[in-house]
Design a binder for this molecule. Structure first.
Ligand SMILES: [Zn+2]
Ligand SMILES: [Zn+2]
Length: 228
């Protein structure tokens, strides 16, 4: 039985997604299909924000997050590594924590020095780190949602550019945008005051959260009609 523990690392969660969904992803879904599913569940999550339905937002963002991790597996991106390099306990743009981008009006991205001693261990530690860099008090939940949609768009654009051009340089953009998108998911959960690791462990306690098999045996009907 595969499960996500509350003290999961990002690497462990990515490996869980591979174990449960890797086979069906490879057989049935292209990267484009998976991207559509990330977008689809993300939009449902945003609808939850507009309607003030925290539960709806949470489950849909968790599903979008898991589809996103499937994409990381298919693209062979070690997302934990990419996040740490992009956000080494500092804002990747202004190089400070808490972020001072708005106050300082930073024009060019600064080169940040990475202190390995500060590297978070678990997914929860990463979520806490993002709350230090980008405190939830600094934005509304709606603002976090709009920012998340914006990052979704930037990730899609980077991926489509790479898939069209097959250039190594564009793949680096995909990795950077993936890290930005991931950070934005965590900051949105901070705005919701919800622990992602706790919710993931409650949802994925026994393989796939719908069919409870590993590998997942949900068919396309289950995927398309799944309402949450
Ligand atoms: Zn900043
Ligand atoms: Zn399933």
């Amino acid at each position: 039985m595969a499960s996500v523990k509350e003290d999961t690392t990002i690497k462990e969660y990515q490996a869980f997604v591979q174990e449960v969904y890797g086979l069906s992803n490879d057989r049935y879904f292209s990267l484009g299909d998976m991207l559509s599913n990330v977008e689809r569940f993300l939009m449902r999550g945003l609808k939850g924000i507009r309607k003030g339905n925290k539960e709806k937002t949470t489950i849909n963002l968790l599903i979008a997050f898991s589809w996103f991790m499937s994409m990381m597996n298919q693209l062979h991106i070690d997302i934990e590594e990419r996040i740490w390099k992009r956000f080494p306990y500092l804002c990747s743009y202004c190089g400070t924590s808490p972020c001072s981008c708005v106050k300082e009006k930073i024009v060019n991205r600064l080169n940040v020095v990475i202190d390995e001693n500060k590297r978070p261990k678990t997914l929860k530690d990463y979520q806490d780190m993002f709350n230090k860099i980008y405190p939830a008090e600094g934005r509304t939940l709606e603002h976090a949602g709009v920012h998340l949609a914006e990052e979704m768009g930037e990730f899609s654009e980077a991926l489509l550019t790479y898939r069209g051009g097959h250039q190594d340089e564009s793949f680096k953009e995909v990795e950077l945008e993936a890290a930005d998108f991931f950070s934005c998911i965590l900051t949105t959960f901070n705005s919701l005051d919800i622990s992602v690791a706790k919710e993931l462990s409650a949802t994925f306690f026994d393989n796939c959260h719908v069919c409870h098999n590993a590998p997942c045996t949900c068919n396309f009907d289950t995927v398309t009609t799944f309402k949450s």
